[in-house]
Design a protein around this ligand. Structure first.
Ligand code: BDR
Ligand code: CA
Length: 325
């Protein structure tokens, strides 16, 4: 079994964190989970990107997550409305046309923060102490790619990037070889993988091993708080679609594995490898070419997570959701 050479020590680290996201059912669960851990994750802001649904809806859903977590003070900056080069794609077939199914969506009380997410990233990372900010990325990586293009010096402020992205052993979920977040903006993923910042990827290889069950959803619902019911309602609506689409016994909660990794990396295993993105038109468009066996003899640029403790994940998620209103 490969092991994860984790930069985190001790096991429960403290991150100064920005979360870049395209909510999205699993994004909202990842956000609630992260906002329930203020002692370990100091969330500076959320930045949103078009992905599962268009930007106005991902930005509204991110603000709803803050409201539901009782954290309306967390700023939400709206970012890129479209990918760098390719035609925009969405995933309303999985997440519904509002980007969230199973719960009522409405205009949250807190407005968007003023300014563009890319400007926020550039300003914040430039002002940050060296290697101090962790960026969790739960959608297409367009915002960071734009920020790196505008201000390559921002890598100095970054400690680590933790991404839900890619697929290798599992195969893709949007084409036979491509995972949605990479396929939605492969040129952005390429730029991020070349950035030189320490990167951890949580691909479908691991997220398709951490699946809901009736019992796991019932435990969340049984917490008795509103957040537990919200997460259970979202999963009850979202999981069956994923199960049907990919013929799996339960639904993955992709983006929430990023939060779990930040909080408890020992739940996961992987190894440092070289990863590239195929951005050429054709069958391989959006594929993460993961050199697991080192055949290319290239310097590793990412930690590729391949396995995780599914029950440990759901225990940690449930324990955190229990803390919310
Ligand atoms: C990823 O794609 C999106 O639909 C999910 O929110 C997740 O980030 C899984 O491939
Ligand atoms: Ca997402």
């Amino acid at each position: 079994m490969p092991t994860t050479p984790s930069p985190h020590s001790p096991d429960t680290p403290l991150h100064t964190l920005i979360i870049d996201t395209d909510p999205g059912a699993d994004d909202v669960i990842a956000l609630l989970f992260a906002m329930a851990a203020p002692e370990a994750l100091r969330i500076q802001a959320l930045t949103t990107v078009a992905g599962n649904v268009p930007l106005a809806k991902t930005s509204r859903n991110a603000r709803l997550a803050c409201e539901w977590a009782g954290r309306p003070e967390i700023a939400v900056y709206a970012g890129a409305e479209r990918p760098l080069q390719r035609t925009p794609i969405y995933a309303a077939n999985i997440h519904g046309k509002e980007g969230l199914t199973g719960v009522d969506v409405y205009e949250p009380a807190a407005p968007l923060a003023e300014g563009h997410a890319v400007d926020y990233l550039v300003r914040t990372l430039r002002a940050a102490p060296e290697k101090s900010v962790t960026l969790a990325m739960l959608g297409p990586q367009t915002n960071l790619a734009l920020a790196l293009e505008q201000a390559p010096d921002i890598v100095r402020g970054l400690r680590e990037l933790v991404l839900m992205a890619g697929a290798h052993f599992n195969g893709g979920n949007i084409t036979p070889v491509a995972e949605f977040n990479v396929f939605a903006d492969p040129h952005a993923a390429e730029a991020v993988l070349k950035s030189g910042v320490p990167i951890t990827l949580l691909p479908l290889d691991v997220t398709h091993k951490i699946l809901t069950s009736e019992e796991r959803i019932a435990r969340l619902r049984g917490l008795g708080n509103k957040a537990g019911a919200t997460v259970a309602d979202i999963l009850d609506a979202y999981a069956p679609q994923e199960m049907k689409h990919y013929d799996m016994p339960g639904g993955p909660v992709h983006d929430a594995t990023v939060t779990a990794y930040l909080l408890r990396p020992s739940l996961f295993t992987g190894k440092r490898i070289h990863v590239e993105v195929d951005s050429r038109e054709g069958m391989g468009f959006g594929q993460t070419v993961a050199d697991w066996y080192g055949s290319l003899h290239r310097t590793p640029n990412a930690t590729w997570i391949v396995d995780g403790d599914a029950q440990g994940f759901f225990d940690l998620l449930t324990e955190h959701i229990a803390r919310l209103p």
